[in-house]
Ligand binder design. Sequence first.
Ligand code: ARG
Length: 449
Amino acid sequence: MDTALSYTVSIHYDRRLYRQDLTGSIAHAHMLGRQGIIPEREADEIVQALSEIANEIEAGEFPWREELEDIHMNVERRLIEKIGDTAGKLHTARSRNDQVATDVRLYVKEAADRVLTAIHRLRRALVSQAENNIEVVMPGHTHLQRAQPVLFAHHALAYFEMLGRDAERFRQARSRADVLPLGSGALAGVPYPIDREYVAGELGFASVSANSMDAVSDRDFLLDFHSAAAICMMHLSRFAEEIVLWSSDDLRFIKLDDRYTTGSSMMPQKRNPDFAELGRGRTGRVYGGLIALLTVLKGLPLTYNRDLQEDKEGFFDTFDTLLATLEVFAGMVSTMTLNPDRMLAAAVDSNAVATDLADYLVGKGMPFREAHGVVAKLSSHSSASGVSLQDIPLDTYRSFSDLFDEDVKAISVTSSLESRTSRGGTAPSRVRAALEEAKAVLEREGNNV
Ligand code: ARG
């Protein structure tokens, strides 16, 4: 093939749309027959041949031809080989412009469903880990500095929330894609008595597009998918970062299953968290997909322009990358094991009860700001003397404020956790309730992801 022709070819990636292309054509042919636009007998003949083509493709027997550019022309040529001139009637009242938009929308709807199932699985894995480790305490961080003790389950459920918002975005992306463009023709509509509602019904679209010019040039639904994917990958990447930290030699909060680590080619002791790292790393290409499509679209006049062919490769790549990452993370999360002793020790070690000491003084009548100052001094004393806040004797406490009493010794990681009963807080009672709520959400979604 010469360079000029090969520059236009898209068959090597748009063949992934073959099922959607054939289903779309079958619905269109049925409609043409029903409406008397072509004889019903011929419509049936076309439909029969299209089903045979589907079988050929699935059996790996379809003669793909690069020189025919794209999936639509490949199918049409094969149809002509099978039924001759009648094949030419399929393209009545249709253009490749409304055809390709229909194919891509059908594909996006399925892709969104598969992503939603994968998000659901990962959320389920997080909930099981949270439930199985409901007692596990760890330090919560701000600025990556140990801040206050939290339950591991609380931390895990934070990701449950993020992924819940991701699911919502994919449901929205799906419903944006759920509009039928077919029947828009090349750009201006068609001069035949077509029945678009019938085709929408056959293909499972919720509605038909309202403006033919918009319908053939709109790829917003793909941008919706891309942006939902970019945000979701960002969440997974943050999680990956924590998994890398947690499994590091310094923290050893978790141990990843062998399936989700790799050895080093040089250092025999290594168990590297490559899967988490690759997930983090692949976030870049998913962001890239969003930016690439935004850039393709930004200068396009109405209506169809060939630039739009550039909508597919990035989308497929984003879909594949996100789906695989979600699946790998679900496996990684459900097989990892925690090291509760290390996690608790880090929470106890870290003067993470400092805020509780300030809250204690507030309980004795001191304004919070002042209490904050007192505990800041105590804290410096603790780091300077190398004695943890919990081990400083009462007399020393009193030298910082005479509001300190015997009962200050009751402050511990446990009391700290138990006191945070505000809605959304880490008190075990709250986290247990949140877990029940999370399970109810999964149950509800399970039947209807
Ligand atoms: N391969 C093309 C695409 O993906 C199909 C539509 C071509 N339409 C046209 N008028 N050249 O956009």
